[in-house]
Design a protein around this ligand. Structure first.
Ligand SMILES: NC(=O)c1ccc[n+]([C@@H]2O[C@H](COP(=O)([O-])OP(=O)(O)OC[C@H]3O[C@@H](n4cnc5c(N)ncnc54)[C@H](O)[C@@H]3O)[C@@H](O)[C@H]2O)c1
Length: 294
């Protein structure tokens, strides 16, 4: 679709990282932006920053895991701006699960699913009917991840399962929109091609009591810096993709109406081929990354 000044973009998880970068990028195109996030203080900062940069912006504290919270976000956006053209269901968390799957705390699964999977579904339910009914062009971007969206990292398997669900959900959404001849497109975003320096490693900062761990962690949470240092020590150089590059990819993808917002990358292409090959050959999944396995 064409992106034009005066259109409206809603971004969940917009207080930091990729979401904030997308919101700033949309604002730079002249779109009005709606920042939705559960972390009030960070949201406030993001709101001030965008306003200072000249954007027309609305900020709302929203918990995407709660359908009523997302529904009232949609009402507030339509009250304020009367339309939505771009919806980025981007809020997401790392589950904090430890150990083998049979040892996982089920609360980690419930929380990660509530935000990463239900959160996307809530966004679709709250916004898409009105986006279609408006008859105006629109686009939905759901944030997945190479981890799960392409192949699971066995050390972050709960997260991977949620991100695999986001791919399938978006494929189905795409088919449903096509079947309705809607002017609304859909894309699934794989931020990358490398790691990103965002708050994802500190996701537990936003974990609500109702999804609290049932038992304490055995090991402390590892920060991104600690992980990077450990990788370096093990002889692995870690590359990072700037969040602005992801935002650029999203804007290009919306303009081109591209379903797969998958940046070119040898690593991901190799994984996709290897996974497809393993399925077609009915062979065991030898493609799974093991270098970060303990
Ligand atoms: N960082 C990476 O390397 C990477 C890679 C692939 C995909 N992703 C995905 O990108 C998306 C953005 O993450 P990020 O890396 O920018 O991390 P981030 O932590 O910087 O941003 C995530 C945002 O989501 C918000 N959030 C968390 N729970 C929420 C809830 N219940 N309701 C509303 N907002 C909530 C957080 O407050 C935060 O502002 C996530 O879906 C993540 O899974 C990240």
């Amino acid at each position: 679709m064409r992106l034009e000044a005066g259109q409206v973009a809603v971004v969940t998880g917009a207080a930091s990282g990729i979401g904030l970068a997308m919101a700033r990028r949309f604002a730079a195109e002249g779109l009005k932006v709606v920042l939705a996030d559960v972390e009030a203080a960070a949201l406030d900062k993001a709101f001030t920053r965008l306003r200072e940069e000249g954007a027309e912006v609305l900020a709302r504290t929203v918990d995407v895991s709660e359908p009523d919270s997302v529904a009232s976000l949609a009402d507030a956006v339509y009250d304020a701006f009367g339309a939505v053209h771009v919806l980025c269901n981007n809020a997401g968390v790392g589950s904090g699960a430890e150990g083998r799957m049979w040892e996982h705390d089920p609360a980690d699964w419930k929380w990660a699913f509530a935000v990463n999977v239900w959160g996307v579904f809530h966004g679709i339910q709250a916004f898409v009917p009105r986006m279609i009914a408006s008859g105006e062009p629109g686009h939905v971007v759901n944030t997945s991840s190479g981890d799960g969206g392409i192949a699971p990292l066995p050390t972050a398997s709960v997260y991977a399962v949620t991100k695999a669900a986001v791919v399938t959900m978006t494929e189905s959404l795409y088919a449903h929109l096509k079947a309705e001849h809607a002017r609304v497109g859909a894309s699934v975003l794989f931020p990358g091609p490398h790691m990103l320096r965002t708050g994802l490693w500190e996701s537990h900062r936003n974990r609500p009591a109702r999804y609290a761990k049932q038992r304490p962690r055995k090991t402390p949470y590892r920060s991104l810096d600690q992980w990077e240092a450990a990788m370096k020590e093990a002889g692995h150089e870690v590359a990072f993709t700037p969040v602005e590059e992801v935002a650029e990819h999203v804007v290009d993808g919306i303009r081109a109406d591209r379903f797969w917002m998958l940046p070119a990358g040898e690593h991901s292409d190799r994984q996709i081929r290897a996974r497809a090959r393993s399925m077609l050959d009915r062979a065991d999944p030898t493609y799974l990354e093991s270098f970060v396995l303990d």
